[in-house]
Design a protein around this ligand. Structure first.
Ligand SMILES: [Zn+2]
Length: 288
């Protein structure tokens, strides 16, 4: 698809995306918008069709609450499953990754969240250690300070920086995941990135992680969980995914307009003055 087609389709959908965002996902795709599907609209104003469901348990992960806010864009569900399995394989014997809310099957408002409405968001509870460094099941969403420590019901917990880095690395490199953001408090990002550098990780990978890790300005700082947000793929944008945010250079490029030849350029400039398709359309079609 060339960029002109892409842009005109996307532009035609925008008012509809806004409308669907306001009133919810009224049975889309519908006769009105048969092409809209998947993660439709914005993370905070949108809906979801054709989502995948995250099971309660799998290699390296468990869902924290076993309710229905378990649906996501299939790329999101696959990225969580792949990344948690990668961490468990790299550091076996540890506590599982506890996965918080994703979205409802059709998206829309999920209580307690501003986003999580079109299957592009998931909350991952941070891996925890005992103060003496043994992996332990995280007691839930607990806030870690700049020293990497949290207190919950009189017990101390330490952020498992090593597994957190392995998780970040697995997410940003998961094939097809196209991570847009990993929301995390700046002081925890500093611990994770410092660890990655000390480990001698590939600098381009560390740079990529530093770009997507972000302390959000318009919500809690995220010192108690890692919040995954997917970018829209070009195909999803045509189908109504509306994303904002930077288009990282390591993601699939947007469709580009092929350069015009001199002849095509002249035709496009003076085209209105030349006999157009109206003349041709007046010619009766040839008999089959
Ligand atoms: Zn979150």
């Amino acid at each position: 698809m060339n960029v002109r087609t892409f842009t005109s389709i996307a532009a035609a959908f925008l008012p509809l995306v806004a409308l669907l965002g306001l009133v919810g996902c009224i049975g889309s795709p519908s006769a009105l918008a048969p092409g809209m599907r998947g993660s439709i609209g914005l993370p905070h104003r949108g809906c979801l069709t054709g989502g995948a469901s995250l099971p309660n348990k799998g290699p390296g992960f468990e869902r924290y609450r076993k309710h229905e806010v378990r649906w996501g864009n299939p790329r999101l569900v696959s990225a969580i499953r792949t990344a948690s399995a990668d961490v468990a394989r790299a550091r076996p014997g540890g506590a599982p990754l506890l996965v918080g809310d994703l979205s409802f099957e059709s998206g829309g408002v999920a209580s307690g969240h501003r986003s999580h409405r079109n299957g592009r968001d998931a909350d991952l509870i941070l891996y925890a250690l005992t103060p003496d460094g043994r992996s332990v099941r995280a007691p839930g969403f607990i806030d870690y300070g700049p020293d990497g420590l949290a207190v919950h019901e009189g017990k101390f917990y330490r952020l498992d920086v090593e597994r957190t880095w392995l998780l970040v690395k697995a997410l940003v490199t998961a094939p097809g995941a196209d991570i847009q953001w990993l929301f995390l408090a700046a002081w925890l990002e500093a611990l994770v990135i410092e660890h990655a550098r000390a480990r001698g990780e590939d600098l381009s990978l560390v740079h990529r992680a530093e770009n997507v890790l972000l302390q959000p300005a318009d919500s809690t700082p995220h010192a108690d969980h890692l919040h995954v947000r997917l970018a829209c793929t070009p195909d999803e944008m045509v189908a109504g995914c509306y994303g904002g945010g930077p288009r990282w250079r390591w993601l699939a490029p947007m469709p580009q307009l092929a350069p015009l030849s001199d002849e095509d350029l002249i035709v496009s400039i003076v085209g209105d003055l030349l006999p157009g398709p109206a003349t041709a359309a007046a010619t009766p079609p040839a008999a089959p």
